[in-house]
Write a protein that binds this ligand. Structure first.
Ligand SMILES: [Cu+2]
Length: 138
């Protein structure tokens, strides 16, 4: 009986570890994302989440400078160079983090489709700091 309890606890611990790793390279929609930022990329650069569901975003800046995770409105593709003031209306949500900082945020995507993610800090998107976020129906 004691062995059975230990076994059950091991299974629970293992499934918790596995679900925590789910954000690294999702091929199926998730409701929790873990994204790392650095010079000048997002990792992963392709993400799939559920539409209309609160998504938790565990964001980490592994870089030496400030970065940003900005989700553009569905179907908007940022023009280079990105003029943040002129294109403020194109941004659905944005989260900025200083170097070596991490934070958890939540967001909800209103419609199914593709959303471009960029770092709008001057020169970063131009250096390749973009990602693709896809929202699909549960
Ligand atoms: Cu950046």
């Amino acid at each position: 009986m004691k062995n059975l309890v230990i076994f059950a606890m091991l299974i629970l611990a293992l499934s918790a570890i596995l679900s925590a790793c789910g954000g690294s390279a999702p091929a199926v929609p998730v409701s929790s994302l873990s994204v790392e930022m650095s010079e000048f990329k997002f990792s992963p650069a392709t993400m799939i989440v559920f539409v209309g569901k609160e998504i938790s975003l565990n964001l980490k800046n592994n870089g030496a400078i400030e970065h940003e995770f900005a989700i553009l409105k569905k179907g908007i593709v940022a023009q280079i160079p990105f003029d943040r003031e002129k294109q403020a209306a194109d941004i659905l949500a944005d989260y900025r983090l200083g170097p070596q900082k991490s934070e958890t945020y939540t967001f909800t995507l209103p419609e199914a489709g593709e959303y471009q993610v960029i770092c709008s800090i001057s020169g970063h998107m131009e250096s390749g700091m973009t990602a693709k976020l896809t929202a699909v129906n549960p």
